[in-house]
Design a protein around this ligand. Structure first.
Ligand code: ZN
Ligand code: ZN
Length: 278
């Protein structure tokens, strides 16, 4: 009997989306699982901006051909030797990367910043496929009642938004929060989290056509500005006081955005930068 195959979206070259091709490839085999590895039948996978950065050739650790997709949810179909926390049939989701568990950052609980671990779609095959293998420390159990489609984006997209709004930003009830990059995946979730905390949200977008979508997500005010010069508008919307917290989701390299973020804060209000690491 030949080796089993599976369908997967394979990237052979960096570049545009035409480089992602649906193919039959060898499926990972249960009998080949190594220490602490878990075989997962993929049910849902998020498509993240990180995937676009990777496809464009901007992540040096990616080896081609590659299967992208790090926001994975599915069911455990086999476990390798030494697996302690998962059994066949468990519903699981990836927690973005497989951290080493040994380095200083891991020991301090900052596992998403681990430099020694491996990332789906870079060093190891990702979830744009029917099956994927992960070491168990890269997985979390998904409670019943949470759809796997929703669970797939909990760690990377929603986790980043929670980290930036609550852990780093310390957003409080009745504060006014300005969110740049508000129409992206992290931004849309940051809006909802800030509203759940009870804050007033000013959402900044460079695309005026996204205004309705941002209001729908819960933004109290939308500042649509292609030039990202939003400091004046933010001051006007806060009666000259400035905002309490800025969640800078466009990333520190966006100079006009960072500059405006600093100018629209109330005195001593924090600015938080958020790129891809939660
Ligand atoms: Zn992601
Ligand atoms: Zn580590």
């Amino acid at each position: 009997m030949g080796q089993k195959t599976m369908r997967a979206v394979v990237m052979h070259e960096f570049g545009g989306p035409e480089n992602l091709r649906l193919e039959e490839v060898p499926a990972p085999e249960a009998s080949a699982l190594r220490q602490r590895e878990v075989l997962i039948k993929v049910r849902a996978v998020g498509v993240c901006y990180h995937d676009i950065i990777n496809r464009s050739g901007n992540l040096p650790r990616t080896k081609l051909p590659s299967i992208l997709g790090h926001e994975i949810a599915g069911e455990v179909v086999a476990i390798g030797p030494g697996v302690q926390d998962f059994r066949v049939g468990d519903r699981v989701a990836t927690i973005q990367r497989v951290h080493c568990g040994r380095c200083d950052l891991c020991r301090r609980g900052r596992t998403t910043l681990c430099k020694e671990g491996v990332f789906f779609g870079e060093e190891i095959p990702g979830g744009y496929a029917e099956y994927v293998v992960s070491e168990e420390q890269g997985l979390a159990r998904v409670p019943h009642g949470i759809a796997l489609e929703e669970a797939s984006i909990c760690a990377c997209t929603i986790g980043t938004a929670i980290h930036v709004a609550r852990t780093r930003g310390g957003v409080q009830l009745d504060e006014t929060v300005l969110i740049t990059g508000a129409s992206g995946g992290v931004g849309l979730h940051a809006i909802q989290i800030c509203r759940l905390i009870g804050a007033r949200v000013l959402a900044v977008t460079s695309s005026p056509q996204k205004e309705a979508r941002l209001k729908e997500a819960g933004a109290d005010e939308v500042i649509a500005t292609p030039s990202l010069k939003f400091a004046e508008a933010a001051r006007r919307l806060t009666a000259g006081r400035g905002v309490d917290v800025v969640l800078e989701i466009t990333g520190a390299r966006s100079v006009p955005s960072s500059h405006a973020s600093c100018r629209c804060r109330r005195r001593r209000g924090p600015t938080n930068s958020c790129t891809t690491a939660p």
